[in-house]
Design a protein around this ligand. Sequence first.
Ligand code: NAP
Length: 241
Amino acid sequence: MDLGIAGRVALVTAASKGLGRATALTLAAEGAAVVICARGVDALEATARDIDAAGGTVLAIESDVTDPDAPRLLVDAAVEAFGRLDIVVANAGGPPAGRALDVDDRALEDAFNANMVTSARLVREAVPHLRVNGWGRICLITSVSVRQPIPDLALSNVARTGLWAWAKTAAQELIADGITLNLACPGFHATDRVIQLGHTATRLGDPADFGKVVAFLCSEPASFISGVALGIDGAAVAGLL
Ligand code: NAP
């Protein structure tokens, strides 16, 4: 199937490793020019080299996406480098583990900022450029916790459900302009984060497959899929994540 995104310009944040990296690799393989960011330069440059070696077009920018200015600077850099922006995949590092009654105000605020406010901010910065094109695809990488809280990830549960509520509302305001807005909600995949968290008891998803699902949500034929929180979770249910 032709995803119809060759020549499009995509911004994928937090994309030097894991799910963001896999998404950027797939979008680039489908012919989109990709702008990627992360804080650590070594892994970021390694991912950029991999995209380049595979024949893709990439711009790598060292950036902490939770910095309030970062979304605007990243969007501006994409438009300056490639003349347009069509696809936005909003990702950020996940919050620390913690049970609901153990997390303090500061931890709640940090998680809400990193995994809710930052993504909404990035979408707001990008939308004017997508509207100019009359076409856009936005995908927010969240978590299966949007639908089923994970007991030891209370901070993630809070931020992801807040973002889902915001996104479902925003999607209605975008569809008339040819812009879709969806959530990709991973269950546990084999990435550094999941191995660090020790969530390795059950079958893990392949990040490369996850990237392909996100690329489909960002594709031409996915034009009527919007306001969806798509679980990519291997049939996970409570207690069996
Ligand atoms: P990962 O393997 O740890 O990779 C995280 C990536 O994000 C790295 O490239 C990291 O690079 C970058 N990053 C982290 N914080 C950043 C920031 N503030 N600004 C810019 N880049 C940042 O994580 P992952 O497993 O792919 O998870 C990605 C997201 O999906 C997380 O929010 C995670 O909670 C969520 N999620 C993952 C799974 C899973 O199974 N993997 C399941 C549910 C939810 P630097 O550290 O160098 O910045």
